[in-house]
Design a protein around this ligand. Structure first.
Ligand SMILES: [Zn+2]
Length: 161
């Protein structure tokens, strides 16, 4: 997958095709639900010119701008924790740097999670990230990255993740 992808949805025909798979009205929390294909990880996928893209990343770039490249990898996280939501108001960028700053602001070292904590987090896909973050004393970014399999990859996960 190549980035940036911002220009892809600027084609009106592509945007119309994208939005035809988005349900913006039925979710009580305002989520824009992706109704087309989803991967085993629960994130929506969309093909443009035979290449597959994650729909939340397309939505983030289309409505908020290109995800900057920098020394820290950036993750598109869901405020609503609905993985197939593409409402730009529910999407935010999480960084590994943000984790460190968040910990510094709170005057503590980055929290240590145990493997069993991570398993419990992975076993709670329907809990809000903000609630799990509070329970385990870590940032929302950390919960987001665990769920995206960006950290703690060595902990046993479901085979399809
Ligand atoms: Zn949402």
């Amino acid at each position: 997958m190549t980035y940036p992808v911002r220009e892809l949805l600027e084609d009106p025909a592509v945007l119309a095709r994208f939005m035809s798979s988005v349900d913006t009205t039925s979710d009580p929390n305002g989520c824009w639900l992706w109704t087309a294909g989803k991967g085993a990880n629960g994130y929506g996928g969309f093909s443009i010119n035979h290449k597959a893209y994650y729909v939340h990343r397309l939505a983030y770039e289309h409505w908020h701008g290109t995800i900057p490249k920098g020394p820290y990898k950036l993750y598109v996280c869901h405020e609503c924790d609905v993985r197939h939501c593409v409402n730009p108001d529910h999407l935010w960028l999480g960084t590994s740097k943000h984790n460190a700053e968040d910990a510094a602001v709170k005057g503590r070292r980055p929290a240590k999670l145990t493997a069993s904590d991570v398993r419990e987090i992975l076993a709670s896909p329907n809990e809000r990230g903000v609630d799990l973050a509070a329970r385990y004393n870590v940032s929302k970014s950390t919960i987001c990255r665990i769920r995206k399999n960006e950290v703690w990859q060595h902990v046993d996960r479901q085979p399809d993740q």
